[in-house]
Design a protein. Structure first.
Lengths: 225, 225
DNA sequence: TCTCCTTGTCGTCAATCTGACGATAACCCT
DNA sequence: AGGGTTATCGTCAGATTGACGACAAGGAGA
């Protein structure tokens, strides 16, 4: 074993599940394929890993190319390696999950065809096994909101407690009591840092603005309805 | 993009982090390499994915080959794809985590050199980037004990509450109050199913024997520390 | 057999946490 | 000025948690 000469050759790609919360829906970034197979079908953005580049770096590169924004949270989701998942050849794809705030710039598809944000509830069939990858990504995001500060990644740099609460409500599809949510979220050590500023952009009484704090895990976790 | 002719060729392997609890220590299954590079060095068991086989199936196949036992819990851990992680060629490795009860049969290394259980606290340097993979696997196992019934995978088919508690104590490296642990663990819905039998194999008063229940998540979770 | 030792299981209690919800504050608009 | 909207604080009962006492039920050895 481990003889370099006789290993079966694989293509390795990265696929991105990029999620955002916009206009009251959890949305995924999808591109419309311009070539066969699955021509004209929606697919996850992604591409080949280059020879001299790490898989993580390939994912980061694709993410910047697709969203035009760098610095987004990016984590490995899973790897998909069924023999016939790409009809042309043996492809193993490493999927990544990225969470983005509602991006001010529309997505600039450099090499891909039209890219757009699609509410995950309206996604029907996707190319390859991308429907499953997307669904795994959404489930991972839902789970991670419980015990990590990841919900803040959907917000801008500064946000109110109510904006964060709406992220949770939309991603989980539940409604949360504003008062209890406020108590819990401000009680978690290191989750939020007050800026001292307030905003009235949500209407009503001015709300305090916060930044992400240094916490990497939530103790205690927020529990899903 | 996506033209089958000009993709960079990769080798794809699976690496296994197989953990068990034995003689008061969390142990990993390691093999000693018989060939260069890293000849004579400990490494994780693993091997090439075959052309017509899914990556998951390759992991399952290697697991049976290495442990001689089938039906073990197996889940994907992460994928490691740094360009120079194997000095010979570009290898992307999909790592899997498996949890095993203390296996009665010693490990029968079919193609690998000597395989043995090594306490994770005594593991020093490993071949390739396997030290990092092992450490990621251990951390994943620790985290999953909190909110999944995975601790039961370290036990046999029938086990006592105290045996399960020792799994938690050893994996987490803490000591837990037997009475509170008993209350929590028997209170979680669907975690344990009483067999009606008792055993005195741990000494002292006979303890009730349980089977794994149908629960897939723990509500509420068990908390570390 | 009697005692001791070991381990398992049930109970108690105070501190904390949770969820439901009342009350008030502070803005905007008319 | 008054009504609508949202933010934030408080209260209170019920559940959960951690610390720990008490007792049960086996084995080992005197």
């Amino acid at each position: 074993m481990y003889t370099p000469s006789d290993f079966p050759p694989f293509a390795v790609t990265v696929d991105l599940v990029v999620l955002t919360v916009r206009s009251d829906a959890l949305c995924a970034l999808l591109v419309r394929r311009g070539e066969a197979p699955f021509r004209g079908r929606w697919a996850l953005p992604g591409g080949f890993v280059r020879v001299s580049e790490s898989v993580d770096a390939a994912a980061a590169r694709e993410l910047v190319e697709e969203t035009g924004v760098s610095g987004l949270h990016l984590e490995q989701l899973a790897t998909y390696g069924e023999p016939r998942r790409d009809p042309r050849m043996r492809v193993v794809s490493v999927a990544y999950l990225a969470l983005a705030p509602d991006l001010p710039v529309p997505v600039a598809g450099t090499d891909a065809a039209a890219a757009s944000w699609v509410p995950v509830s309206e996604v029907s069939t996707l190319a390859f096994d991308h429907a499953r990858i997307l669904s795994d990504g959404v489930e991972r995001a839902r789970a991670k909101l419980e015990y990590t500060p990841l919900g803040t990644e959907f917000c801008g740099a500064e946000f109110t407690v109510a904006e964060l609460r709406r992220v949770y409500e939309i991603v989980w599809g539940v409604s949360l009591d504003p008062r209890n949510f406020h108590r819990k979220v401000t009680g978690v050590d290191g989750l939020l840092e007050a800026t001292g500023e307030t905003t009235t952009r949500d209407g009503g009484r001015p709300a305090a603005l916060f930044r992400r704090g240094p916490a990497t895990a939530l103790h205690p976790p927020l529990v899903r309805g």
